[in-house]
Design a protein around this ligand. Structure first.
Ligand SMILES: [Mn+2]
Length: 341
């Protein structure tokens, strides 16, 4: 039978109370983000959509989205950022990592990278590199939404300029191909270009979830010394050992995380340009990311969300969730300068 004294105590505590005052201490920061200064909860369906509901501050550095001139097959990733901005109710608190990242840092949606021409991939690569060079110089750790995977090369050009970075790369594809149709810039080759440019350390690079028929193009991964975990390796090792392997490959140095949604099985993320059956589940991907807490993340991205191939919008939702996980990992990294309170 329900105890009367216990009921009275619950009534005394909860009647007319503000969640921000009575919740367990670890939730209070997150709750104050939810309720704001006036103790009014914002309506998730109202207002202007931004990435992870962050304030929109394009003037802050002039987080980005992009075109999809670099795709080899189905286009549409240019609509990825808009679809991710439309996703509501991700965060603010991450139970697995015990953090509400927005209360640990200054973060904003800084808008889209201004591109000179929608028709020139080469110009766009230069524009992205210049944009991220400014961000990097300002000490900002960018978390980006593509766009197709060709964006990651110019981002790495900027972030790896001073010293090559390490990489945790979740994807169905190694993306270390060479030229196609006379262009070395495309979504199948950013990591070859980044190694050749001296901005990515292949010995500190791990690629996870690899599968599909394009394997014959990825010899560069092996020859340069990258660690390649095919989906069968993930099954064989189990997630805990995948995490252990990833941590030992990237070590303590500066590390970038690149998350292609096609690393996930198309059952969960069909809205992408080059889907491959037999992929990771979102839970496996989250478990891998959660295992990376404490590594020194200098930047990250979620790419290849092409919403038009997914009328359910699940791809954008799972992409936004991964973006949130990356945001949490970023503020839990050793190189992160927490906001003075
Ligand atoms: Mn891919």
């Amino acid at each position: 039978m329900f105890d009367k004294a216990k009921l009275d105590a619950l009534r005394a505590k909860y009647t007319g109370a503000k969640e921000t005052e009575i919740a367990p201490a670890e939730f209070r920061k997150a709750l104050s983000l939810v309720f704001g200064e006036n103790y009014r909860r914002a309506m998730p369906f109202a207002g202007v959509s931004t990435l992870l509901d962050l304030p929109y501050r394009p003037e802050a550095a002039d987080l980005p989205d992009f075109g999809d001139l670099g795709v080899t097959n189905r286009a549409g990733a240019r609509f990825g950022p808009r679809a991710v901005r439309d996703v509501e109710r991700i965060g603010p608190y991450n139970h697995a990592l015990g953090v509400a990242p927005r209360s640990e840092c200054k973060a904003a949606d800084i808008g889209d990278v201004p591109l000179r021409s929608r028709f020139s991939l080469d110009n766009s690569i230069e524009d992205i590199a210049a944009f991220y060079a400014r961000i990097h110089k300002a000490g900002i750790k960018p978390i980006s939404v593509g766009g197709d995977h060709s964006i990651t090369y110019p981002i790495l050009q900027a972030l790896g300029h001073d010293r090559p970075v390490g990489l945790v790369h979740i994807d169905a594809h190694c993306d270390t191909m060479g030229e196609i149709d006379g262009s070395k810039f495309h979504h199948g080759g950013p990591f070859r270009q980044a190694v050749l440019a001296g901005v990515l350390d292949p010995e500190r690079t791990i690629q996870i979830g690899i599968r599909g028929p394009a394997e014959v193009f990825w010899g560069f991964s092996y020859e340069s010394g990258m660690t390649v975990l095919h989906i069968e390796d993930v099954d064989r090792l189990g997630i805990a050992h995948v995490v252990e392997k990833a941590r030992s490959v990237v070590g303590d140095g500066p590390t970038y995380i690149s998350f292609d949604v096609d690393g996930l099985d198309p059952a969960y993320a069909p809205g992408t340009g080059t889907p491959e059956s037999g992929g990771l589940t979102p839970r496996e991907a989250q478990a891998i990311l959660h295992g990376l807490t404490g590594i020194d993340i200098v930047g990250s991205d979620v790419v290849e969300i092409a919403p038009r191939y997914d009328p359910t919008s699940n791809t954008a939702m799972v992409g936004a969730q991964m973006l949130f996980e990356l945001f949490c990992l970023t503020v839990l990294g050793p190189g992160f300068k927490k906001r003075p309170s």
